[in-house]
Design a protein around this ligand. Structure first.
Ligand code: TXA
Ligand code: MG
Length: 320
């Protein structure tokens, strides 16, 4: 059920129910982060493996500190600059947080999302919200209330409609549990901006397989449409597909051979931010064309192009 009233969301969440919430990145599937049973409902609804920990959301870093989470200075400085925003900090866990949230790890991921309705919601709750992206595990992330409705229907308490997500890519995740900050996931805040602010390069050795720290590779296909998706340079190796049977997702330039009607450009003006915002909707649209394959073109490896390429590579069929 799509709702617009904050109070309904507050009531449902306080009763331990699941509510999908808007954020600037993607819609989240939220539950009371201090209620282990409510959080268990998220794993069940998403069909998410229990070893994959969740992000806690609240309306300010101070509130996380009130909940006995100690945030290192370097992380606080970064948050002062980019939070609320598409940034998640992984920091040492506090005992108030149930193990199911962190999948038994001694660190916790925290984030202050930049969405007015959700900030107001969070400020009225006495607990943080645990919230992964509001999609079934492995599928395309939702950037509109209707995307969530299409996957979960009446399975969850409600979907709070906050309009389309402005950024369209999940948050960038940085871990502050070791000696130097580590990039765990590329996302809506560019690596360049973070490194500039920190005045140092981020350690990227933990970047690959961050979806699945325990068993690398198992979840390597993610954000996946039903239609097999290939990266542009695989066209030459495709078995028996005609151009007319291909959907195309490109950055700003159309493909020379695939029919125009099958093509989606992420930003014909070449804006990374616009491309990011359109990415998941483009994947859904291409999938709905029900053609034989989707061909996706990678963007330049800079700015938000990196995170977009990360999502496209994970959505792609692996070729050996
Ligand atoms: O933008 C976002 O971050 C969205 C919105 C809803 O806030 N949320 C989101 O959650 O993308 P999810 O669950 O789809 O992705 C969270 C990622 C997972 O890859 C998970 O493994 C990682 O964060 N993560 C969570 N807690 C962690 C921890 N303690 N240590 C390392 N990675 C962690
Ligand atoms: Mg997700």
């Amino acid at each position: 059920m799509i709702i617009h009233k904050l109070q309904t969301a507050i009531d449902l969440l306080s009763e331990g129910k699941l509510v999908a919430i808007p954020t600037e990145t993607v819609y989240g599937l939220a539950a009371n982060g201090f209620n282990g049973q409510a959080v268990a409902g998220i794993f069940q609804a998403k069909n998410r493996p229990q070893f994959n920990p969740l992000i806690l959301h609240s309306n300010s870093m101070e509130r996380f500190q009130e909940w006995e989470i100690s945030i290192p200075k370097q992380a606080l400085d970064l948050a002062a600059k980019f939070s609320p925003g598409p940034l998640t900090l992984v920091v040492p866990k506090s005992n108030l947080i149930p193990d199911i949230v962190t999948a038994g790890q001694n660190s916790v991921a925290i984030r202050v999302p930049n969405h007015p309705l959700t900030l107001e919601l969070l400020s009225k709750l006495a607990f943080p919200l645990a919230a992964p992206s509001a999609n079934k595990s492995g599928t395309i992330s939702p950037t509109k209330a209707q995307d969530v409705q299409a996957q979960f229907g009446e399975e969850i308490g409600a979907i709070l409609d906050g309009g389309p997500c402005h950024i369209g890519l999940e948050s960038t995740i940085i871990s502050f549990t070791g000696n130097t900050p580590k990039l765990l996931r590329l996302g809506g805040l560019s690596l360049e901006e973070i490194e500039d602010s920190l005045g140092m390069k981020l350690d990227q050795t933990k970047l690959i397989n961050n979806e699945n720290p325990e068993a690398p590779g198992m979840l390597s296909r993610h954000y996946a449409p039903q239609t097999p998706l290939y990266i542009d340079d695989a066209i030459a190796h495709l078995p028996e597909a005609e151009f007319s049977e291909m959907a195309f997702i490109g950055f700003k330039e159309p493909h020379g051979q695939i029919p125009t009607i099958n093509q989606i450009l992420l930003s014909d003006g070449g804006s990374y931010a616009e491309a990011a915002q359109n990415l998941f909707t483009a994947l859904r649209k291409a999938d709905n064309m029900q053609l034989k394959v989707i061909i996706a073109q990678l963007l330049p490896e800079e700015n938000l192009g990196r995170a977009i390429n990360d999502r496209l590579r994970r959505a792609a069929i692996k070729q050996n």
